[in-house]
Write a protein that binds this ligand. Structure first.
Ligand SMILES: Nc1ncnc2c1ncn2[C@@H]1O[C@H](COP(=O)(O)OP(=O)(O)OP(=O)(O)O)[C@@H](O)[C@H]1O
Ligand SMILES: [Mg+2]
Length: 263
């Protein structure tokens, strides 16, 4: 089944023409897609458009289809219902999307309750379990903290845990691991792959790390100046990159045994 289809998708911000330029692609159920590309090439913009999260000043052209429905004609109510449950997002800067004056545990519980989990005790158990999966072992302290009392990497992991809790059909992840040290990064990569293995979750992940993309993904996309300049099966992109830029990215992968993890 086709989860996402873009046809000639273009996105313009107020004052920034062509943040995304004429992108056409299709993502099948259960695929892991890795999107790499230089800073400012439109990766986050593309992910935000899938969730209907572009700011007011942004204009879109072309076709944006999610689960067979036109995203651009969905009502705010439909989009809200979809977010978290069917489609979850790990933001590049999770901290910015948290309420600074509300404890982490309270926000986590509210998120679960909005999506139908009723008892507070059940929520707390799920929260502890999910936090331990992203190596936040002092779960009670984390849950009792305000976002600013946690480090950036800890906040990022809370965001990752929250996004994975409801086993979304589609997980959008914007640089999920870049703020994390290598051990925790490997754990997060493992948990994301487990999500796909156990529940068939489709994952679209933006990363600066070509090694992580090559290790995790079935399909790799490379963006440059708003265009998707490369798109194909991971093996094909690695063995026959068509762009000089992709070749340069591939050259930066450091082989660690038989695992390509750190670039
Ligand atoms: N909210 C916004 N308003 C106006 N312009 C924006 C906005 N967000 C992004 N842009 C512009 O759109 C272009 C693409 O930005 P985007 O954040 O999508 O890049 P990116 O590939 O995610 O970069 P990075 O790797 O640094 O996160 C840039 O020129 C950026 O300045
Ligand atoms: Mg970005």
């Amino acid at each position: 089944m086709e989860i996402l289809k873009l046809e000639h998708a273009s996105i313009t911000y107020d004052g920034v023409k062509d943040a995304v330029r004429d992108v056409s692609l299709s993502v099948e159920e259960g695929q892991i897609v890795g999107i790499v590309g230089e800073s400012g090439s439109g990766k986050s913009t593309l992910l935000h458009s899938i969730l209907g999260l572009l700011p007011r000043g942004a204009a879109t052209k072309g076709r944006f289809e999610l689960f067979g429905k036109d995203i651009r004609s969905m009502s705010e109510k439909d989009l809200l219902r979809m977010r978290g449950q069917d489609v979850a997002m790990i933001f590049q800067d999770t901290g910015r999307y948290m309420n600074p004056i509300s404890r982490v545990g309270k926000q986590y519980t509210e998120f679960l309750q909005v999506h139908g989990m009723k008892s507070k005790q059940e929520c707390r158990e799920v929260e502890r379990e999910m936090l331990s999966r992203v190596h936040l072992h002092d779960a009670d302290r984390v849950l009792h903290s305000y976002p600013f009392e946690l480090s950036g990497g800890m906040r990022q992991r809370v965001g990752i845990a929250m996004a994975m809790t409801l086993r979304p059909k589609l997980l959008l992840a914007d640089e999920p691991t870049s703020a994390l040290d290598v051990t925790v990064q490997a754990q997060v990569v493992f948990e994301m792959m487990e999500l796909r293995r156990k529940y068939g979750t489709t994952i679209i992940m933006v990363t600066h790390n070509m090694g992580v993309a090559a290790y995790m993904s079935d399909v790799i996309g490379v963006m440059q100046h708003g265009k998707m300049v490369e798109w194909g099966k991971t093996e094909d992109v690695i063995s026959h990159p068509t762009q000089e830029y992709t070749k340069a990215l591939l050259g930066s992968i450091v082989e660690l045994g038989d695992k390509r993890m750190t670039g």
